[in-house]
Write a protein that binds this ligand. Structure first.
Ligand SMILES: [Zn+2]
Ligand SMILES: [Zn+2]
Length: 109
């Protein structure tokens, strides 16, 4: 297990994670996408954040950058500078660009 520190980790680069951690993260995000209740959704988000060693933001909602570039940033989905490409129909997770991508290569659905 990773050593716990009290430093906040607000973002994690998905591409830096070992493959088995990436797989676990992907699975949790998929389950979160289909979670039927808000409680279940938040539990899965908390587990996903813990899996990658990220501090869960107050929104309880993290997302991997959906930009078409190579960016793999995992960040607070409700960050004020994040850019929503697409809200979802029927699922929980929309497509969101991280603040840096929103600035440099903003996409529209
Ligand atoms: Zn990005
Ligand atoms: Zn990008």
């Amino acid at each position: 297990m990773a050593v716990m520190t009290h430093a906040r980790i607000d973002t994690v680069d998905y591409r830096d994670l070992p493959t088995d951690i990436q797989d676990t993260f992907d699975e949790l995000m998929e389950q979160a996408d289909e979670a039927g209740t808000n409680d279940h959704f938040l539990t899965l988000m908390a587990r996903a954040a813990a899996t990658i060693g990220m501090t869960l933001p107050p929104s309880g909602d993290i997302r991997r950058c959906a930009c078409s570039c190579v960016c793999g940033l995992v960040f607070d989905a409700e960050h004020p500078d994040a850019h929503v490409i697409e809200w979802t129909g029927g699922y929980n997770l929309g497509r969101v660009q991280c603040p840096t991508c929103a600035d440099h290569h903003r996409e529209t659905a």
